[in-house]
Design a protein around this ligand. Structure first.
Ligand SMILES: [Zn+2]
Ligand SMILES: [Zn+2]
Length: 145
């Protein structure tokens, strides 16, 4: 799949979007925050760029950490996306997309936090909580003024 724009919307339709997808690989995040946020987890998402949101008034943001924020629809409660605060890159919940063709499971992060009743995905790259925090530290250092 080459880079392409796809659109999607929340359950009630108050929020819709178009976004560019450069990579068709789905990421599963097993962290405890995502488990609670999605009601079971993991958060299944696609990394998107050039996110254009419609229905801003219906979007609420929750900052569960110092660096991230989680967007959801105020009306229907749909999980929308996770992003670094004030950053253009977001991880959009894959179930919102109208067209999920051509996608595949690529990566499981916070893999050591995976619920005991859930199996890993065959062939998906695995990254633990410690590995993810090391990457985050490197990223935040890089972004420091
Ligand atoms: Zn909604
Ligand atoms: Zn997570």
């Amino acid at each position: 799949m080459t880079s392409e724009n796809r659109c999607g919307h929340c359950l009630c339709g108050a929020v819709s979007f178009t976004a560019r997808i450069d990579d068709p690989g789905i990421q599963a995040c097993h962290c405890r925050q995502c488990q609670r946020w999605t009601g079971g987890g993991p958060l299944m998402s696609l990394r998107v760029r050039a996110l254009k949101l419609h229905g801003d008034a219906a979007i609420a943001y929750h900052r569960a950490s110092e660096w991230g924020e989680r967007a959801f629809c105020k009306t229907c409660g749909s999980t929308l996306f996770w992003r670094m605060q004030e950053r253009p890159i977001a991880y959009m919940a894959v179930g919102l997309f109208d067209d999920q063709s051509g996608l595949h499971m690529a990566q499981e992060v916070f893999s050591d936090c995976r619920a005991a009743w859930m199996h890993p995905y065959d062939g998906a790259e695995q990254s633990t909580e410690a590995q993810e925090f090391a990457k985050l530290d490197a990223y935040l250092m890089d972004q420091a003024p």
